[in-house]
Design a protein around this ligand. Structure first.
Ligand code: SAM
Ligand code: SF4
Length: 351
């Protein structure tokens, strides 16, 4: 990818003419958003150190959250008018949302039927995996940063590793496959954790994705020099495994895939900070309180909840969503000297 001296992706040529009122959900840099991330709640039953403080956050008031009917209407606009083909439910912890199965079923009933995925910490996945599958969920990403019980309790501030492992097994059992494991590594123990996690995932046929830590923690404690880079992670894995670049085209996928010990198993490393992939970004985001964000790092939000509750028609909501995405910045700017961390933390945006 071509990047500027500041590490931002080089903007592609601006789309000629004004903002289109139909067709793909475009921005001025020529990217089309086809992947919608929907946050269902900002609450969580874990307290991962890189995400939330021990005492939690000031949760969004219940009346601010989109109802099932409101969210269903936005999903229909996204899929039937804006060209969204993939929907991922996230949070906070999406399994804390009681209407998860209902909104999955609503999304699955739309034409064209989107691919539906879930990002979860897995704590309460075991008892819901079958219901989620029956509602129309296609697959899951389960976040797991270590398979060591003490380190898990240290990182998440909760002693729930065995529940997460049960959740992973249940997901595989009911066919929410391929089961992916997302890991954000601890600066002190993460390189050892990565090696053990990869052994664990190879043994269970889960696909490991390791993500560089980003400046999206609620405490705003992120310091680049205190995080592990993709390069460090790969070097640590190479001491134990043979890694060769996977030949499959990467497209807009954020993970660079490596074939492990000759394959077919792969491990993905997502270098969100050290090698931004913003130029290929195909995402649009909807927060649990109905705000569209064009990027995790957006300074701006577009209030669709207000439009929904003031009686706006589908044309007006579509136009507002298109306008939000049209203004999508070229890149996240983490590597700019004047980078400012967004006010909303990852858990309230939807990771
Ligand atoms: N609670 C669910 C979970 O943990 O999977 C869904 C929400 S969580 C915010 C989504 C993903 O964001 C998780 O994989 C988590 O590890 C990741 N995440 C959280 N804070 C992060 C940060 N500061 N940098 C990079 N990834 C982060
Ligand atoms: Fe909760 Fe997910 Fe944040 Fe961990 S990363 S505190 S599980 S929202």
């Amino acid at each position: 990818m071509t990047v500027t001296a500041l590490g931002l992706p080089m903007p592609r040529a601006a789309v000629p003419g004004g903002m289109p009122s139909e067709g793909p959900l475009l921005d001025t840099h020529g990217r089309a958003a086809t992947d919608l991330r929907v946050s269902l709640t900002d609450r969580c039953n874990l307290r991962c150190t890189y995400c939330m403080p021990a005492e939690g956050l000031n949760w969004l008031p219940g009346e601010d959250l989109l109802s099932t009917a409101e969210l269903t209407r936005l999903l229909e606009i996204a899929i039937t008018r804006l060209g969204i083909t993939n929907v991922r439910f996230t949070g906070g912890e999406p399994l804390l949302s009681k209407h998860l199965e209902d909104v999955i079923a609503a999304a699955a009933a739309l034409t064209p039927r989107p691919e539906i995925a879930l990002t979860t910490n897995g704590v309460s996945l075991a008892r819901r995996a079958k219901r989620l599958k029956d509602a129309g969920l296609n697959r899951v990403n389960v976040s797991l940063d270590t398979v060591d019980p003490n380190r898990f309790a240290h990182i998440t501030r909760r002693d729930r590793l065995s529940d997460v492992l049960d959740g992973l097994a249940a997901a595989a059992e009911v066919g929410l496959t391929p089961v992916k494991v997302n890991a954000v590594l601890d600066a002190a123990t993460g390189l050892d954790d990565a090696v053990e996690l990869l052994r664990f995932c190879l043994g269970h046929d889960y696909q490991l994705r390791i993500i560089e830590q980003m400046p999206l923690d609620a405490d705003q404690h992120w310091r680049r020099e205190e995080t592990l880079s993709a390069e460090q992670i790969l070097a640590a894995l190479r001491r134990h495994f043979d890694l060769q670049p996977d030949s499959a085209p990467r497209g807009s996928a954020p993970a660079q895939l490596w074939r492990v010990d000759g394959g077919p198993a792969t491990v993905g490393v997502i270098a969100s900070v050290s090698e931004a992939f913003c130029a290929a970004c195909d995402r649009t985001r909807l927060t649990a309180d109905g705000q569209v964000r064009s990027c995790l790092f957006s300074a701006d939000e577009t209030d669709l909840r207000m439009l929904l509750r003031s009686g706006a028609d589908d044309d007006a909501i579509e136009a507002a969503w298109r306008g939000a995405m049209w203004a999508k910045p070229a890149g996240h700017g983490i590597n700019d000297p004047d980078f400012i961390q967004p006010a909303r933390p990852m858990s309230a945006i939807g990771g």
